[in-house]
Design a protein around this ligand. Structure first.
Ligand code: GDP
Ligand code: ZN
Length: 290
């Protein structure tokens, strides 16, 4: 039978199938291969008795995140706020990494109640509108934007990311329905307190949408992709490709570069272009040092 690992508690995997949740151990052989099942994995299980089973196989993964440790993320909800002040270069790295891992980014600006004169709203819009990523304006304090966020979550697993203090936990708690469902005689809440290693858990939001309840700051300091691919992971820049004078234009100092023309026309945001130039240099330097 096929299922999705929605939770892991000390070596016991909770696998959601069409016939309910099965508590499974992983086949010893799987672990010997070095392929430990992860929350988010699609697996094949053999049912043993009642609601117990064994994980026989992990299906092909779309991606694996380090923090939180989950497989098959489909959406990355990236949260920024007026406080702590956003690090846009870091945000650009995160967006590129999401694209490179086949993850749809969703940009959330939380604590809009603190955004005097909507200054940050304007800044975020001018930087990212051309990417066509959703930009959701939220205030947990004023109960604003949470329904809009729910509406743009993607099918599959949605993971939350952002600097500490931006309001990740507040947003996740506001989205999740009250969790007091009984599992194995212990309430979820009790379980949480009892286990020192807190693993992620997926909550089913309906319609195939899942939320990963443990936020992370997937630290992508190193971009780890080929320099020639970089631009394809910046949709606002990539949509101007194909019109430069030179086929192999890197969009730096070349004459008749359509991208640089688009900046003058106000169609590409200058900060985004600057991130491109910086990341390109970084990736090329890394490639030379091999
Ligand atoms: P996390 O570290 O990203 O998980 O952030 P938390 O959810 O723990 O929130 C950090 C702080 O920001 C807490 O003191 C929250 O009460 C506060 N906070 C969360 N959302 C909002 C909001 O919409 N407006 C304001 N002003 N503060 C918020
Ligand atoms: Zn060019």
């Amino acid at each position: 039978m096929r299922g999705l690992i929605v939770k892991l508690i000390t070596r016991l995997y909770f696998v959601k199938t069409d016939s309910g949740i099965f508590k499974c151990k992983s086949r010893g052989k799987l672990r010997l291969d070095g392929s430990e099942p992860l929350v988010g994995d699609e697996v094949e299980i053999s049912v043993q008795e009642d609601d117990e089973g064994i994980i026989d196989r992990i299906l092909k993964r779309r991606n694996v995140l380090k923090r939180p440790r989950v497989a098959n993320a489909a959406g990355l909800v990236i949260i920024i706020a007026p406080k702590p002040e956003p690090d846009f270069e870091f945000l650009d790295r995160l967006l590129i990494q999401a694209e490179a891992n086949d993850i749809v980014p969703i940009i959330c600006l939380n604590k809009t109640d603190l955004d005097a004169g909507d200054a940050l709203i304007s800044e975020v819009k001018s930087r990212y509108e051309a990417t066509s990523y959703p930009i959701i304006l939220i205030s947990c304090y004023e109960n604003r934007g949470l329904e809009e966020l729910k509406a743009v979550l993607v099918e599959g697993i949605n993971v939350f990311s952002g600097q500490s203090g931006v309001g990740k936990s507040s947003i996740i708690n506001a989205l999740l329905p009250d969790m007091t469902m009984e599992v194995g005689g212990l309430s979820e809440k009790l379980n949480r307190g009892r286990h020192t290693t807190r693993h992620s858990e997926l909550t089913d939001m309906g319609n195939g949408v899942y939320i990963c309840d443990s936020p992370g700051f997937s630290s992508f300091e190193y971009l780890g992709l080929s320099s020639t691919k970089l631009i394809y992971h910046m949709p606002d820049l990539a949509k101007h490709l194909g019109n430069c004078r030179f086929m192999n234009c890197k969009h730096l100092k070349e004459p008749d570069c359509a991208l640089r023309a688009a900046i003058s026309e106000g169609e590409i945001n200058e900060h985004r272009y600057n991130s491109y130039v910086r990341f390109l240099a970084e990736l090329e330097a890394a490639e030379k040092s091999y």
